[in-house]
Design a protein around this ligand. Structure first.
Ligand code: ADP
Ligand code: MG
Length: 780
């Protein structure tokens, strides 16, 4: 049986591993190998392994004293031989067969499926044979060994063969009937129970033999399996003593049926040829198509399963990288960039009007951007810098240069509150230079919109600021040369696609305060260039972050009162706008009322997403102009809002927010040379993980580190879920843990695309794989 074979080969490897550590003495391993092969003589015979074992033994024959170099050589020979052994005996493939169907044949035509089941399978995303081939099991069950009942231990999973010797039906209450069977083998009895599954009665009659797979539990001294998988055995040869796949299921499709379906497909219905190039298979030691598909569903050994899954990762990375990199290449060939010419007269003027000098980091980033603008190839650059590091002014300088070169710019921000604030600030900066700025939002009246569109198309507006209404509306530009996308984590590939599909190829600057690891950026965006503002403007005091509980609210209020006396301002942030019946959390509306009583001498404003846009603007303006000393709000203030005198940020229920979001919120204070504070006010008990996560957050001010902590705690799925990153759902790759694979494969593919080879087989497979995502792929 494979199980024995796999453990035998594992033992060989164990001896080798010891040798790896101690190469000095060599001769001692020969006896170990000999005794091992004696012990497994019958196994070797059944599997016709004699020749291969002989070869291994020839590598370990005692040869007296050898120098280290020769010892190493033999060790390598031995290792290769063992690897070959594994590949030969522990891995297999499915049979080549004359296929009845094509890969895209509807799943309903596969044996055991039919129209009804096909409709259920659709829920699992399986519509045709190809989908089923790439439908990954969520787990595997080791059924290679039949265990004796006497040897079963509490808490482990076993495969047991036995005869039904007794039956009991207990109606516990209206909704619950328990069917229990006594199952016997030659060593003992165990109990098998099913709940409400009365169909089992039709299978299990006294005297019937069945195989059961399940977890064994101790039920008052009796060994018990609850609702195990089972198979009625008429003939001992029917026993499927294999590693079995465990698939995710849906209504109407049982595990047994799912297995039958994939088995049938692998047996009869597949005419599926390798598409990965040979050099690639060789380089990364990837199993060929038939072996990796077989290993995914019905691996011969766990070695086979692991090899298959890792091979499928490389396969997936390969197709993905070919798709995005060749699309990108095509895109680059098709667009006509234009170098921009400017002296920088206006930007120098602007720079000298500022009340501060740029940090070295800001200067460097600006230089990088300028170089890109002068280059004929369109810029595609990510400017990352922590909250408050001064990204805006860098983008303004570039926009001024773009104007001097004779082009229009557009600035896209995620919310209209932020758009209005940016508009005001940027307009103030641009007016003295004679540069015309306008704002375009979803809420802008149609009449105004028409005017703005008119002016954009004839060049009367130089800079347009807005939400993505800018690209949604049928806006035409006279000569759009520069696009800033602020706070990129709210924008995704789709927005970029919209721009490109409008026929623009402007320089694109994406700005973000939520940095992502560079390798990840590369995989997400292809060859995006990255500039980083590493230092904060001089004189900034670091924000003190305090994790506390609402029991201490009075202390916090006293503290805030002192700050307000100094003419500083404070934010209070809540997860909800108003009271909710579903969740018991504090909300902005009620807290606004009670905070008014707490700070009777000060003016308090309330801001939330349910307000009309005009209202929001008005409230925000009043906070900026210090008519309000305190602002009670939801996360609408999250991004980019700049209030220099705000020194306190209170966030209640911080556990309801992602860390990157908390970091953004915290970044609303500490934007001047005053000392700033952030209070994370926890209500009630938190579990230890959440507490640790918030503590980790309190201890760092570095946005990069916050991202990493966030990633670590939330996992890539949730972290990137909010990014709209536009990636296809990988089935085998883990975007964080497999970055190295993705990176290695990318380099390979880069080279491959240079060579202009025939890619038709690969491209065909890409179309199969990304049938729904092909538009996204085009965006790169
Ligand atoms: P962010 O990177 O978060 O978008 P901003 O560009 O809004 O940051 O800048 C935050 C604040 O810092 C603004 O008030 C801006 O005028 C100011 N600022 C930018 N650069 C500097 C600098 N080099 N020295 C001092 N203050 C600066
Ligand atoms: Mg900003």
């Amino acid at each position: 049986m494979n199980l024995d074979l796999e453990s035998y080969i594992k033992e060989i490897e164990n001896i080798l591993r010891q040798k790896d550590k101690n190469i000095k003495s060599w001769d001692d391993i020969y006896p170990s190998f000999i005794s091992l092969s004696k012990k497994n003589a019958s196994l070797i015979k059944i599997n016709n392994m004699e020749e291969d074992i002989k070869k291994i033994l020839s590598y370990v024959k005692p040869l007296g004293i050898l120098d280290t170099e020769r010892k190493n050589k033999r060790l390598k020979g031995l290792k290769d031989a063992v690897l070959k052994l594994k590949e030969k005996y522990l891995v297999d493939s499915f049979e080549e067969s004359v296929s009845k169907y094509s890969l895209f044949t509807d799943i309903k035509y596969v044996k055991n499926v039919g129209t009804k089941r096909a409709s259920y399978l659709k829920k699992l995303g399986i519509e045709n044979i190809y989908d089923a081939i790439y439908f990954p099991p969520r787990d595997y069950e080791d059924r290679r060994k039949i265990s004796k009942i006497i040897s079963l231990e509490d808490g482990y999973k076993y495969f047991v063969l036995g005869k039904i010797v007794n039956f009991q039906e207990n109606k516990i209450n209206k909704g619950l009937t328990i069917y229990s069977y006594a199952v016997e083998d030659d060593t003992g009895v165990m109990e098998v129970t099913f709940f409400n599954q009365n169909y089992v009665k039709s299978y299990f009659k006294i005297g019937v033999t069945a195989a059961f797979f399940g977890k064994v539990e101790n039920n008052f001294g009796k060994k018990q399996m609850k609702a195990p998988e089972f198979q009625i055995i008429n003939n001992i040869n029917e026993i499927e003593a294999k590693i079995m796949p465990v698939y995710p299921l849906t209504y109407g499709v049982s595990q047994a049926v799912m297995r039958k379906i994939t088995q049938n497909i692998l047996l009869h219905d597949t005419n599926y040829q390798e598409y990965l190039p040979k050099f690639f298979l060789d380089k990364f030691n990837i199993l060929n198509l038939k072996k990796r598909i077989k290993g995914l569903h019905f691996p011969k050994s766990f070695y086979h399963k692991n090899r298959a899954l890792s091979s499928l990762k490389f396969d997936e990375a390969f197709l993905f990288e070919v798709a995005i990199l060749s699309a990108k290449k095509q895109f680059e060939n098709n667009i006509k960039g234009f170098p921009k010419q400017f002296e920088g007269t206006l930007s120098s003027k602007f720079m000298s009007s500022l009340s501060f000098v740029l940090t070295d980091s800001q200067k460097n980033c600006y230089e990088e951007i300028k170089n890109d603008m002068k280059d004929p190839k369109p810029m595609n650059r990510l400017l990352q810098g922590d909250v408050g590091s001064g990204k805006t002014v860098v983008s303004e300088l570039a926009i001024i240069d773009n104007y001097e070169a004779g082009f229009q710019s557009s600035i896209m921000v995620p919310t209209s509150v932020l758009a209005k604030q940016q508009y005001k600030k940027i307009k103030n900066h641009m007016d003295p230079l004679g540069i015309k700025v306008e704002i375009l939002l979803g809420e802008t009246s149609n009449k105004e919109k028409d005017e703005i569109k008119e002016k954009l198309s004839n060049g009367d507006i130089d800079i347009i600021i807005g939400t993505h209404a800018i690209i949604q509306e049928d806006v035409t530009f006279k000569n759009l040369g520069f696009v800033v996308i602020d706070e990129q984590h709210r924008f995704g590939v789709n927005q970029r696609l919209d721009l490109i599909s409008k026929g623009f190829s402007p320089d694109i600057l994406v700005m973000t305060a939520t940095p992502i690891p560079r390798t990840l950026a590369l995989t997400l965006y292809g060859d995006l260039d990255v500039s980083t503002i590493r230092e904060m403007p001089k004189g900034r005091k670091s924000i003190k972050t305090v994790l506390t509980t609402d029991g201490k609210s009075n202390k916090i209020y006293e503290f805030i009162e002192k700050e307000l006396k100094k003419n500083n301002q404070a934010f209070f942030i809540y997860p909800l706008v108003e009271e909710s019946e579903k969740i018991d959390l504090k909300n902005a509306t009620d807290m606004y009322k009670s905070l008014k009583n707490v700070f009777p001498d000060y003016n308090i404003g309330l801001l939330h997403g349910k307000m009309k846009p005009e209202e929001k603007t008005e409230i925000m303006d009043k906070f900026v102009s210090k008519e309000f000393n305190v602002l009670v709000s939801t996360t609408v203030v999250e991004v980019g809002v700049d209030i220099p005198d705000a020194t306190v940020m209170v966030i209640e229920h911080p556990d309801r927010f992602g860390l990157s979001q908390l970091h953004q919120l915290r970044g609303r204070v500490g934007r001047s040379n005053k000392q700033a504070y952030c209070f994370l006010v926890v209500n009630g008990n938190l579990n230890q993980d959440t507490k640790d996560r918030l503590l980790d957050f309190s201890n760092t001010l570095d946005g990069f580190e916050v991202s990493n902590i966030d990633l670590k705690w939330r996992g890539p799925g949730k972290f990137f879920g909010t990014l709209q990153h536009g990636l296809p759902d990988f089935k085998f790759l883990d975007i964080i843990n497999d970055l190295e694979i993705i990176d290695e494969v990318k380099r390979e593919v880069d080279n491959l695309l240079e060579k202009d080879l025939d890619m038709s087989k690969i491209n065909k497979e890409i179309k199969r794989r990304y049938k729904n995502n092909i538009d996204l792929i085009k965006a790169f």
